[in-house]
Design a protein around this ligand. Structure first.
Ligand SMILES: *Cc1c(COP(=O)(O)O)cnc(C)c1O
Length: 417
């Protein structure tokens, strides 16, 4: 096949299987049964009962934490986590400069500030840069395990300990990922996760906060789970119990049908991850020696969830071929779901971060980040080529076809120059 001319130049494509090539979550009989049964059982759950209690209990034991509170989205989980952590007006939270925007945006709604810190070659927090950005107002730092590759949690825990910062996690790419066999989302004071459609564990729409800290737990409840839940779970003699009826006034509950889906998915998560691990290893082995693409470095301590396989593009090894041209050729080969990250991008490139004041009047005065301030994030973003990671044996031929498409384009790169 490598002898055939590039499909972009009129040759035979490497992949002819019609798309979509990767869909998530995998829907099976247990999901259909769980959602159908939930439809009969309850479609609104105002307290910690039924499928909400079951899902929260299952997540808490899966992660090994004391408390889990489900929410309507991951964004809401992050909002509740920051609010519960006591992040308020003027406070600063160190956020990686390259992540999905919702890691940071809830801070705008608490009057707080996301202080962006640059990332290194592999997209992980650059702790030297983070250290330079600490001020007297810095309260916390949030770890994002980008594409399911766990951050170096030994380094992050010692960093936040040394600087007396609260460590928080956004585990939205990393359900079930581990660092030294401990699950992502269990290293800090609290973690927020998305259960959105494509995430490793999916409710369709949903999220949750995980914590061992009961005070934080009560405040998460007060943030978005008003009335019955608060009344039943916050002890009557707790100083905040008198706020139970209104909480902080937001309503961020998960939908029971979504909870039923995530609850039905969870027993299969470890199987998904094992399958992805095998596929990722196979794809990395196939691409390891290919000029123009570098495999992610996986620490011996890391057990990634492989939310995607992020390759680093090295144009210098391909005669300077621009990434876009490389993408066009890979897509023409039929690997249509190889992509450049879309919404996960340097936060400083969003108008909301450059000029929040136009939408959020409280933010008009501050010096805001500008493109160019975060060269590490820009570099990683503009050189990332992301591949889906399948979990089923039956998808191995598709995974092989994707890697072969890349091998083919790299081999013929001179034809594209
Ligand atoms: C998806 C995602 C979120 C937001 O979750 P939603 O459920 O879409 O609100 C936050 N952070 C990261 C890193 C995400 O990938």
């Amino acid at each position: 096949m490598n002898d055939s001319p590039l499909a972009l130049l009129g040759g035979e494509p490497a992949i002819t299987t019609p798309g979509p090539h990767f869909t998530w979550p995998p829907i099976a009989e247990p999901d259909r049964e769980a959602v159908a049964a939930q439809l009969e059982a309850a479609v609104s759950i105002p307290d910690r009962s039924g499928v909400v209690a079951e899902l929260e209990g299952a997540l808490a034991s899966y992660l090994g934490v004391q408390h889990v509170v489900t929410t309507c989205t991951g964004t809401a989980a992050l909002h509740s986590m920051y609010a519960a952590a006591g992040i308020g007006p003027g406070d600063e939270v160190i956020v990686p400069a390259l992540t999905f925007h919702a890691t940071a945006t809830p801070l705008f709604h608490l009057g707080a500030h996301a202080v962006l810190a640059d990332v290194d070659e592999s997209g992980q927090l650059d702790l030297d840069d983070a250290a330079r950005r600490i001020t007297a107002r810095t309260k916390a730092m949030v770890a994002v395990h980008l594409w399911g590759m766990p951050e170096d949690m030994d380094a992050l825990v010692s960093f936040t300990d040394a600087h007396n910062l609260m460590l928080l996690e956004d585990g939205s790419h990393a359900h079930g990922a581990t660092w030294n066999s401990k699950r992502a989302g269990t290293f800090g004071a609290a973690a927020a996760f998305s259960l959105n459609g494509p995430k490793p564990l999916s409710a369709g729409e949903g999220g949750f906060v995980a914590t061992d800290d009961s005070e934080l737990y009560f405040r998460v409840l007060l943030h978005g789970q008003y009335n019955k839940r608060c009344r039943r779970e916050i002890p009557a003699n707790h100083p905040l119990a008198r706020y139970a009826v209104t909480g902080m006034g937001l309503k961020l509950r998960i939908h029971p049908l979504a909870a039923a889906l995530a609850h039905a998915q969870l027993p299969r998560l470890d199987g998904y991850l094992a399958g992805r691990q095998a596929t990722a290893a196979r794809m990395c082995a196939a691409l390891d020696e290919v000029p123009g693409v570098r495999m992610p470095r996986v620490s011996a301590s890391a057990g990634p969830s492989w939310y995607a396989l992020p390759l680093r593009y090295e144009p210098a090894e391909l005669g300077g071929l621009p990434l876009q041209r490389f993408f066009d050729a890979v897509h023409a080969e039929g690997a249509t779901e190889a992509d450049q990250p879309g919404s996960t991008r340097p936060l400083a490139t969003h108008p909301l971060f450059q000029n929040p004041g136009a939408l959020l009047p409280g933010y008009a005065e501050r010096r805001n980040p500008a493109p160019g301030d975060f060269p590490g994030a820009e570099h990683v973003y503009t050189t990332t080529l992301k591949l889906p990671v399948w979990h089923l044996d039956e998808d191995v031929p598709l995974a092989d076809a994707y890697t072969q498409a890349i091998v083919k384009v790299a081999a013929h790169h001179e034809d594209l120059l």
